[in-house]
Design a protein around this ligand. Structure first.
Ligand code: GLU
Length: 304
């Protein structure tokens, strides 16, 4: 992994990190526009990173559409899958070696443990998961793990790993053991002071899945650190993920970036816009003849 990625005079490095699991919708577009604007205002570098780890749901056509739609809205980037750069590759699906290195570091430090619980076990054990939780689609909503496979002490939990399987995650889920009761705080550039309690607001979270894929949390800190991102601009739906990532950064000795969480766009009932709102995909709005400026400034729902 090349650590000598370009920095501009200002030193600011931001990123755009779309997940190509559907067409970009207006909510994403607004968050990305903020990320783009902040990087440009700072005279910094913007990195485009394709978050395509979810093999079942990611599609090349969505990745291409995301780049095209963002360009149509007037955004550009200095490093990325289509423009190259020194901190590539820029698709997470091609960064597996880095993620494995990070997994090893966490394991050597005693920060993670293997977990045999199935999704079904977890669904049964968690008393009141909110709707959609546990399906693995929203990293912030990962339910608090009830601790079934959690070893008594940090660094233990090697009971079922024989020496020949010690070097790889091998078909098991791995969880980060959170320091119960620790307060995780950060001063968000947009939303101000944030405070979460480990073990209460979120529990031992997945860093590796049994199907051989790192979790969003692990991949994100590995990428932000090696791409030397200085500010992460993302939706407020990821606030608890930021708290988890702060713990990962601490465990790995990575420097925290700054964080700027954007308010989520909501529909007329106050529900947050998601990819299932097909009518609000940038594709569809473009097809209907809306201008990029209108897409970014339109009030929901009257103008759409
Ligand atoms: N890939 C996520 C998304 O498309 C963003 C994750 C992040 O900003 O860390 O919403």
């Amino acid at each position: 992994m090349n650590l000598h990625s370009s920095t501009s005079g200002s030193g600011y490095r931001g990123r755009l990190a779309p997940s190509p699991t559907g067409y970009l919708h207006i909510g994403h577009a607004r968050t990305f526009a903020t990320a783009w604007r902040r990087a440009r205002d700072a005279g910094g570098v913007l990195v485009m990173r394709m978050e395509d780890l979810d093999r079942d749901r990611s599609r090349a056509e969505y990745a291409e559409a995301a780049l095209a739609d963002l360009r149509w809205m007037g955004m550009d980037w200095d490093e990325g899958p289509d423009v190259g750069g020194a901190s590539g590759p820029y698709a997470q699906s091609e960064r597996g070696d880095l993620y494995l290195e990070v997994w090893k570091k966490l394991r050597e430090g005693g920060f993670i443990y293997p977990c045999r619980c199935s999704r079904k076990d977890l669904a049964a054990a968690v008393s009141a998961p909110h709707e959609g939780a546990g399906r693995g689609q929203d990293p912030d909503d990962e339910p608090v793990y009830p601790g079934t496979c959690r070893p008594l002490r940090k660094g233990e939990g090697e009971f079922e790993i024989s020496s020949d399987t010690g070097e790889e995650p091998r078909g098991m889920n791995w969880r980060f053991r959170v320091p119960d009761g620790d307060v995780v705080e950060f001063d968000d550039g947009n939303l101000g002071q944030q405070r979460f309690v480990a073990g209460v607001d979120f529990g031992d979270f997945l860093v590796w899945r049994r199907d051989g894929v790192p979790s969003y949390q692990l991949a994100c800190v590995a990428d932000d650190a090696t791409m030397r991102i200085t500010e992460v601009v993302r939706g407020a739906d990821l606030l608890k993920s930021t708290a988890r990532q702060k713990l990962l950064n601490r465990a790995l000795g990575f420097t925290d970036p700054k964080w700027f969480h954007c308010e989520l766009s909501t529909d007329e009932q106050g529900r947050r816009l998601a990819k299932r709102h097909d009518a609000l995909s940038i594709r569809e709005l473009r097809r209907r003849g809306m201008s990029a400026a209108a897409v970014l400034s339109a009030e929901w729902p009257s103008a759409l």
